[in-house]
Write a protein that binds this ligand. Structure first.
Ligand code: HGY
Ligand code: MN
Ligand code: MN
Length: 417
């Protein structure tokens, strides 16, 4: 496949327009330090969705919403009978998220439609821009929930029953914000899927490279651990008589770190979420609930890490006289993206004269699930200091423009195929 000699081969996106839309979207669900808090299925998420929908309708795209709230904006092709090229990401953010994680992929895809419409170009295949619901998994675990249901990894019933920290369910909140569509999830055909995303790591910026050609994504496992001890007075309870769930959590945190370091250089592990009960400064924690996040590009190593952590946590609990429950609340095996799609991304970067390198994604993305149902791949742009999931997350307009032009060329190549 090649675009050479075809309409669109020299088409470029409008970087100023893309940047302006990124900044407009960033106004919705502002954080406390210049980033965003537009968590999934909140009123802010609904406001961002409505803005996105209005922009898509303005370029003549038709909107469909499925029963998981995934939004599809279809830009018709010259042959509507052909399965579309799908392109997008997610608009939901972390509670202390940045302006670009996910949003660059959705608005970069919208910029493709804007550029095609402006140039009066219709590709053979339709192009569908998608906003996947709840990619972040921070309010409702797991991450990539709605793309997972679309790809048949989770049932919709299980997804609807997921609850947030206040006990609100995904299904109820989706209905409340008015985005529980009627289209059955997962029935929508697609020929291929592309996703533009910020790298969320330091490699591209450190190596002064414009474009990441994403060949793989590392695997992930989220283990929610509940340690049960006994509340008692922090002052009058002798040390040997304590059943201290807080101490147990601290030792498991050390264990996770040690297992990751033992599997260096690619393994990572951390505990980012932790709740003590009753969380009073002069009561020994009777219960600790926390989520372990471990990742590795190779399945046998990731499985070994999980086994080591399960065994080690059980031993820690036994030594401290604590009860322990471990529930896997998120998981996907390492992903290899479709080689033909990856080759199109590499070709586009080369044609555009952009520095590029193959890269493995450290973060999970909706493309990891969509890769199960259609040829998929991703494009990364650098981010400042490799920082993400932090309100200081930053990219340059040049990086965004370069990434979106690679996305345009790769999508058009497949849309003419
Ligand atoms: O957790 C992840 O990797 C993604 O940001 N949801
Ligand atoms: Mn993301
Ligand atoms: Mn994220």
């Amino acid at each position: 496949m090649t675009l050479q000699g075809k309409a669109g081969a020299n088409l470029r996106i409008d970087g100023d327009r893309l940047w302006a839309s990124l900044m407009d979207m960033a106004e919705i669900g502002p954080g406390v330090r210049g980033g965003n808090n537009r968590q999934t299925l909140t009123d802010a998420d609904a406001e961002g969705r409505r803005l996105f929908q209005s922009w898509c309708e303005a370029v003549g795209a038709t909107i469909s919403i499925d029963t998981m709230g995934n939004i599809f904006a279809r830009y018709e092709g010259t042959d509507p009978s052909l399965a579309p090229i799908m392109v997008g990401s997610h608009l939901d953010t972390q509670p202390t998220g940045g302006k670009f994680d996910g949003v660059l992929g959705v608005l970069g895809a919208l910029e493709i439609l804007r550029s095609l419409q402006e140039a009066g170009i219709r590709t053979r295949r339709p192009i569908e821009v998608v906003n996947w619901t709840n990619e972040e998994g921070t309010r409702f675990s797991p991450a990539m929930l709605a793309s997972g249901v679309f790809a048949g990894v989770h049932t919709q019933e299980w997804a609807y029953a997921r609850e947030d920290a206040q006990g609100k369910s995904f299904g109820d909140e989706l209905l409340r914000i008015g985005f529980r569509g009627s289209e059955p999830v997962g029935k929508r055909p697609l020929h291929a899927y592309f996703e533009l995303h910020i790298e969320q790591g330091p490699i591209l910026e450190d190596e002064k490279i414009d474009v990441g050609v994403v060949t793989h994504a590392q695997g992930l496992s989220w283990l929610q651990v509940t340690l049960t001890g006994r509340e008692s007075h922090t002052g009058s309870t002798p040390m040997p008589k304590r059943l201290d769930a807080g101490l147990g959590a601290a030792r498991v945190t050390e264990l996770v770190n040690a297992v990751a370091l033992k599997n260096a250089p690619h393994a990572v592990g951390a505990i980012g979420h932790q709740d003590f009960y009753p969380n009073s400064r002069n009561i020994i924690a009777g219960r600790a609930v926390f989520t372990i996040d471990i990742r590795h590009p190779k399945k046998p190593v990731l499985d070994g890490m999980e086994a080591d952590i399960r065994a080690g946590a059980e031993a820690i609990a036994a030594a401290l006289g604590l009860g322990i429950e471990i529930e896997r609340v998120g998981h996907f095996d390492p992903v290899q993206f479709n080689e033909a799609c990856v080759a199109s991304v590499r070709r586009a970067a080369k044609t555009l004269g952009l520095s590029h390198r193959d890269i493995i994604s450290g973060a999970g993305h909706d493309a990891c699930w969509i890769n199960r149902v259609a040829p998929s791949s991703m494009i990364f742009c650098p981010c400042v200091d490799g920082l993400s999931h932090n309100e200081d997350e930053a990219i340059t307009q040049e990086w965004a423009t370069a990434g979106a032009n690679v996305l345009l060329q790769a999508v058009m190549e497949w849309a003419e195929g």
